[in-house]
Write a protein that binds this ligand. Structure first.
Ligand code: ATP
Ligand code: MG
Length: 461
């Protein structure tokens, strides 16, 4: 296993001072998979104060020192160096009530969550893999270290971490680990919701259909609003799959951006509440996009999702039935109004939604292809114009007697739409003429103009 020179040097410094030291956890797992680790953690027999002495010439943080961690600032970023330790007494299913420093590594590896995360390596001491993490990685197995139920009872976050690692590394949980994850899912209710959000977000980013189906009991534990979707028969000729399966297919088909993955997961959360049956026994879901957007708002607020993400997801869900069309003027207007990124995201969501019906309608595929080509063409020809780029401004309309407020915005938008549709050039005089016509047609605008004129008349008298 290759370690960066900085890491080898840190290990070497600890060894030269007479301590055992290893790279440990995620970085060893990633390297074993041939992936580039995003950070490095070290563990050592040195006590925190001894670690500080060995690295006294380096900048460091001591915030974790109570738990044995000294954080060194290196050219590779922060490297955490932690004394071998064990821990216990998880009163709150999360924080250990005590930690105890150990002289050797096996006990330290035993406190870790999964076998794939319980490996260590040092150039001078080789691999330490007492729980068979490498073999599990090779066979694609997620396995808790030790007795799964006990380990999840100690810290319930491990249940969600397990789902995230399974999705990310394409692992299947071995039966005892999986059964314990599902059986103890109720413990997830005790976790801080922002931690739940982070784990679920990580899970969603790499989840395949099988992960979303397998871990449905965990997903619905955290998002009970999705529970009615499970086995929900949509009673529709357009849908071959039950609602949760449809959701799983849509989510997994989407690009792995947080907004799209969350939008996929929650896009139809409003369907059960909107469900009606017609006289032919067919299911309908009128208004489900808006009901879903409202529910998604509530769910994402509860989970403390970042505001920007929440707003994007709620918007996408609210618009996912708006159905983009291969109609160039219309697309120009939508690009201008919603922004490029949003239109592309909506297109991705709508296409995944159609693809996830399980009825294999190829005509729809062609329609999306056409829209994609049209969008690329529009963007290549000339960038879509925004309101700020128009040859007239709000001030021009005010000078013509248009009152400030929503009407002014409405008239500017109409003018922009006409420019985008190619019905007006983006030149000052034609726009002013068209504005004058619109003002004279707008009844509430006329009423204000009349009032202004009457006031003017009175002052002249
Ligand atoms: P990632 O690539 O997502 O950072 P990671 O495995 O490095 O994955 P971290 O949260 O950085 O995950 O934790 C580092 C190591 O600490 C893990 O590999 C694991 O050995 C141990 N660990 C972290 N969280 C827990 C936990 N809740 N219970 C037991 N061990 C844990
Ligand atoms: Mg890590």
């Amino acid at each position: 296993m290759n370690l960066p020179e900085t890491i080898e040097q840190l290990l070497c410094q600890l060894e030269q001072a007479g301590f055992a030291a290893y790279a440990v956890g995620g970085c060893v797992r990633d390297a074993a998979l041939g992936l580039q680790p995003h950070d490095y953690d070290l563990c050592t027999s040195a006590r925190p104060e001894e670690i500080q002495t060995v690295f006294s010439s380096m900048p460091m943080f001591l915030t974790g020192v109570k738990h044995g961690t000294v954080s060194l600032v290196t050219t590779l970023g922060v490297v955490e160096v932690t004394t071998f330790r064990t821990e216990g007494g998880y009163e709150d299913n999360r924080h250990p009530d005590w930690v105890q420093f150990l002289p050797e590594i096996t006990g330290d590896l035993a406190r870790r969550d999964f076998t794939i995360n319980a490996m260590a390596y040092s150039p001078s001491r080789g691999f330490q893999d007492p729980f068979g993490g490498r073999a599990d990685l090779e066979h694609g197995i997620l396995r808790a270290v030790g007795q799964p139920e006990a380990r999840f009872q100690e810290d319930a976050l491990r249940i969600l971490r397990g789902a995230r690692f399974a999705a990310r590394f394409r692992l299947t949980p071995e039966p005892a680990t999986f059964q314990a994850m599902v059986k103890l899912r109720g413990l997830l209710d005790q976790l801080a919701l922002e931690r739940v959000f982070c784990e679920l977000d990580g899970f969603l980013r790499s989840a395949r259909v099988e992960d979303l189906l397998r871990f449905a009991p965990l997903v619905t534990q955290v998002i009970p609003e999705l529970a009615p979707a499970i086995h929900f028969d949509q009673r529709s000729p357009h849908h071959a799959l039950d609602l949760y399966r449809h959701i799983a297919h849509v989510t997994a088909a989407l690009p792995a951006t947080p907004a799209l993955r969350w939008a996929g997961l929650l896009h139809d959360v409003g369907k059960p509440a909107a469900f009606t049956l017609d006289e032919n026994g067919r299911g309908h879901f009128y208004g489900h996009a808006q009901i879903g957007a409202d529910l998604a708002e509530k769910i994402l607020r509860r989970l403390h999702a970042p505001n920007v993400l929440r707003e994007r997801v709620v918007w996408l869900i609210g618009h996912h039935m708006s159905l983009l069309e291969p109609d160039e003027p219309k697309l120009r207007k939508q690009l201008s109004r919603w922004g490029e990124e949003t239109v592309w995201e909506l297109l991705d969501l709508e296409e995944a939604d159609f693809g996830g019906k399980g009825t294999g309608n190829s005509q729809e595929g062609e329609r999306f292809q056409q829209i994609r080509q049209m969008l690329v063409q529009i963007q290549q020809e000339h960038p879509v114009m925004k309101r700020e780029q128009m040859a007239i401004r709000g001030g021009d309309l005010l000078a013509m007697g248009c009152p400030p407020g929503p009407m002014l915005g409405r008239i500017l938008q109409t003018l922009l739409d006409q420019v985008l549709e190619g019905r007006l050039p983006n030149c000052r005089q034609p726009l002013l003429d068209a504005a004058a016509r619109l003002i004279s047609q707008d009844e509430s605008c006329l009423a204000t103009l009349d009032k202004n004129r009457r006031c003017l008349g009175r002052t002249m008298e």
